[in-house]
Design a protein around this ligand. Structure first.
Ligand SMILES: Cc1cc2nc3c(=O)[nH]c(=O)nc-3n(C[C@H](O)[C@H](O)[C@H](O)COP(=O)(O)O)c2cc1C
Length: 220
């Protein structure tokens, strides 16, 4: 697949076919994506691939926690966005809700949508990325590089992904079913699978700020 085409066509996929992704394919993707750069070539990323019964158990446990009212949270916290960042967050939310036919006041449908996120969008597999806590915050940058590289590589195999926080917002659940130790920070995950192109949210085309608004040209 052409590189520019891949970068331009990648988008977050939130609806998947049930078809499983062979372990061999995910292994190949991870092998290729681990060519991503990292500070001092530390390669801080550690992958945990979950699928089948294990992923189903995580989904169930996530939903149980969510419906019990336990507050979800990331081990690499984000949120509390303000100003233009809040505006962009709201804009993508509005786009997704419109596509999914979810009215602002429809609490039931909003809850269903949130639950889908905590179910890893019902993807057949997910790649959880963790990092040794001794490496500190700097390693998160490297995880961003490898995440995008996984997302782009997956396209070559006809697969879609969504870099996702929701699925890992109950880290205790993830630890229980995967054995990721406390010494590792569970940083991010990617849902992965064959896109269901009939799923409305997959039609989303997220916006980007024009380059002139975010670029300071100096000496050029
Ligand atoms: C660190 C990170 C966490 C994300 N977490 C979620 C999530 O929990 N749920 C979700 O629906 N999308 C999540 N996304 C996807 C973003 O919403 C998406 O990348 C953004 O809206 C741009 O859309 P695009 O990926 O289709 O270009 C996340 C993306 C990143 C990079």
């Amino acid at each position: 697949m052409d590189l520019i085409e891949a970068i331009k066509s990648r988008k977050s996929i939130r609806g998947y076919k049930a078809e499983p992704v062979p372990r061999k394919v995910i292994k190949e993707i991870l092998e290729i994506a681990s060519r991503a750069p990292s500070g001092m070539n530390t390669q801080p990323w550690e992958f945990t691939v979950v699928a089948g019964d294990v992923l189903d158990s995580i989904r169930k446990a996530n939903l149980a926690k969510l419906s019990s009212g336990e507050t979800p949270g990331m081990e690499v916290p984000r949120g509390g966005y303000q100003d233009v960042y809040r505006e962009r967050q709201v804009a993508i939310g509005i786009q997704l809700f419109q596509l999914m036919g979810i009215e602002r006041e429809d609490r039931e449908k909003r809850t269903q949508w949130t639950m889908k996120g905590f179910r890893f969008f019902d993807a057949p597999a997910a790649i959880i990325i963790s990092v040794d806590k001794s490496l500190g915050d700097a390693a998160q940058f490297d995880l961003g590089a490898v995440s995008q590289t996984i997302a782009l590589t997956a396209l070559n195999y006809g697969l879609g992904t969504c870099i996702q926080g929701q699925g890992i917002m109950y880290p205790d659940v993830i630890r229980e079913y995967t054995g990721i130790p406390e010494s590792k920070k569970i940083s991010i995950c990617l849902t992965i699978g064959y896109p269901d192109w009939d799923f409305p949210a997959n039609k989303v085309q997220s916006e980007r700020e024009p380059i002139e608004n975010i670029t300071n040209w100096c000496g050029i």
